[in-house]
Design a protein around this ligand. Structure first.
Ligand code: PHE
Length: 343
């Protein structure tokens, strides 16, 4: 039996109203408006009816088509917004809830105080045009000693008790090895810093640890002298301690610098008057440094007649201990959460 256009329309509208899902809407669309849908077939059959009725019938069928289309759209919109509302209701969270008062607050963790100071120092040096370099923790004799003007049997090797590996390599005793690797990598003039973990074969106590951290620094240019060294060191200390630092140089011996110094900083606790931190001296030993020995430049392929430089080795553990008043270096690697939570 041929369906009347009005019946098709009525059936479609009723079905749309009863639909309870977007899928059902799509089925209805196909059933009436799809390629073989009843209204589509009806429109296609218009050619068969007498010409004088055709225009009116076509107009009416098209109106029904538009009506069904908009009813479909409308219902689909209603269904999707209800679905979204249901989802919102079911998965509601209170984004204003203060996590500090929530019962199961996650502890996010934090950076180790050594990492914190290392990153801070890297930023300070980067702002002064220094490049940050890296080097391996297991080093060769050449990079750790030989190229630093400490040939085999040099007595200065005794200053650094060394962990040797069975194949004749070693755990680097200082970051100075990065100086040598740096000179192989960059050409003068240059400024580099090399932070890292170093190792000494030591028995531990409150101020000695077998594993600790240094930042090596090296600047090579024409006519570098001790004034450049002092300026850069003062600039660094000013940034770290947020105040002007008074420093002094004492002679210090390291085979890879000449002259070599120990740089002291005026005690920040008593401003030089003398207290228990500086053992009544007014000064705290901070870092060894000096002008790069010509032999070291030569080993790095740099002509000491044309270039000169300074170098320093900053101990990070000592710095953090001074900054926070920590009295035992062994806390750093203890893994004790009560210590670490304080930073
Ligand atoms: N590498 C030396 C040490 O760890 C420190 C140092 C670095 C001294 C650079 C002078 C210049 O003992």
């Amino acid at each position: 039996m041929e369906l009347e256009p009005t019946d098709i329309r009525a059936a479609a509208i009723a079905a749309i109203q009863a639909a309870d899902s977007v899928d059902a809407i799509e089925e209805i669309r196909i059933k009436y408006l799809g390629r073989k849908g009843s209204l589509t077939l009806l429109l296609r059959s218009l050619g068969n009816i007498p010409a004088e009725q055709r225009a009116a019938a076509g107009k009416r069928a098209n109106e029904f088509k538009n009506e069904i289309e908009s009813a479909l759209e409308q219902k689909k919109y209603e269904l999707t917004s209800t679905a979204a509302r249901d989802l919102l209701r079911a998965q509601w969270i209170d984004v204003t809830l203060d996590c500090a008062t929530a019962t199961q607050r996650e502890d996010l963790g934090r950076l180790h105080p050594i990492s914190q100071i290392q990153y801070e120092i890297e930023d300070i040096f980067a702002s002064m045009g220094f490049e940050i370099l890296d080097g391996p923790e297991v080093e060769t004799d050449y990079y750790n000693f030989e190229a630093l003007n400490m040939p085999r049997h040099h007595p200065a090797r005794d200053m650094q008790d060394t962990f040797w590996t069975e194949d004749g390599n070693l755990l680097r005793t200082h970051t100075s090895a990065i100086q040598i690797r740096g000179m192989e990598k960059v050409i003068p003039p240059f400024r580099i810093v090399g932070p890292g973990r170093v190792f000494r074969y030591e028995s531990t106590d409150a101020s000695h640890e077998n594993t600790f951290y240094q930042v090596e620094g090296m600047m090579v240019d024409r006519d570098i002298n001790v004034a450049h060294l002092i300026f850069v060191m003062k600039q660094l200390l000013k940034e770290i301690f947020q105040r002007e630092a008074v420093v002094r140089l004492r002679p210090g011996y390291f085979p890879f610098v000449e002259p070599g110094f120990e740089l002291d900083i005026q005690c920040l606790i008593c401003n030089g008057a003398g207290c228990s931190v500086c053992r009544q001296s007014g000064w705290v030993e901070l870092l060894p440094c000096g002008l790069v020995h010509p032999n070291v430049l030569r080993m790095g392929g740099i002509d000491p007649k044309e270039w000169s430089g300074f170098a320093f080795g900053l101990g990070l553990n000592r710095l953090v201990m001074m900054k926070y008043g920590i009295n035992d270096i062994r806390h750093f690697l203890s893994g004790d959460i009560r210590f670490l939570r304080q930073f």
